[in-house]
Design a binder for this molecule. Structure first.
Ligand code: HEC
Length: 184
């Protein structure tokens, strides 16, 4: 009986201390001070396991399709590069001011499976600056981004620039076509 009361008493004391800590406002929620190691552990394990759990129900598309990769490049430069950068580009100006800062995906995307990347991009991540793209992009566009991001993890800056040159060429070609159609 004594042991039982000691266990219950200790649990009540821990919960009370936890609540006092939360209600006191002592925890610094400012973006200028990093989380302590316990909070960091809780958040990173929660994110990791949540993404893995939810992504296991997704049937991954074949992302080796090269037309998907080139759509993904356009989508990536439009929607992601401003926070996550790309091979050979400068670190986005606002990235270090965010907490958590958006990581360069060249490194951060290597360990995620395609279905996990798809889930992250579609749903975003709560309480970070990572937006959801479910409301802005079609499934095919999201898979295209996954296809491009996976390729990007092994890209040199020159290979990344080659995509850009190709896209500029296509954009000019389409403009010319448009011009001819309009004037003939
Ligand atoms: C407004 C800035 C912003 C934009 C735009 C943005 N992200 Fe993020 N992203 C973040 C932040 C912040 C995180 C969270 C980092 C963390 O938890 O450490 C994140 C996390 C991620 C992660 C998980 C990385 C990890 O730590 O393992 C992936 C993958 C990702 N973003 C992909 C994308 C893609 C692809 C796009 C474009 C479709 C995109 N993001 C657009 C800010 C952004």
């Amino acid at each position: 009986m004594r042991t039982f009361l000691t266990v219950v008493g200790t649990l009540i004391a821990i919960i009370a201390a936890f609540l006092i800590y939360i209600y006191s406002g002592i925890y610094n929620i400012g973006a200028t001070v990093p989380h302590n190691s316990i909070t960091r552990w809780i958040i990173s394990k929660t994110v990791d396991n949540s993404v893995k759990y939810h992504a296991q129900f997704i049937n991954a598309l074949d992302i080796s399709d090269s037309s998907l990769v080139s759509i993904g490049f356009t989508e990536y430069t439009h929607s992601c590069i401003g926070c996550h950068g790309a091979p050979g580009t400068k670190r986005p100006e606002k990235a270090p001011q965010m907490y958590p800062p958006p990581p360069p995906l060249v490194q951060a995307a290597t360990d995620w499976k395609p279905s996990e990347l798809y889930w992250i991009i579609k749903n975003g991540i709560k309480m970070t600056g990572m937006p959801e793209f479910n409301s802005a992009k079609s499934d095919r566009q999201i898979w295209a981004i996954v296809a491009f991001v996976k390729k990007m993890t092994t890209m040199t800056p020159e290979q990344f620039n080659a995509f850009k040159t190709e896209e500029d060429k296509n954009a000019n070609h389409n403009k010319k076509k448009e011009h001819l159609r309009y004037h003939n």
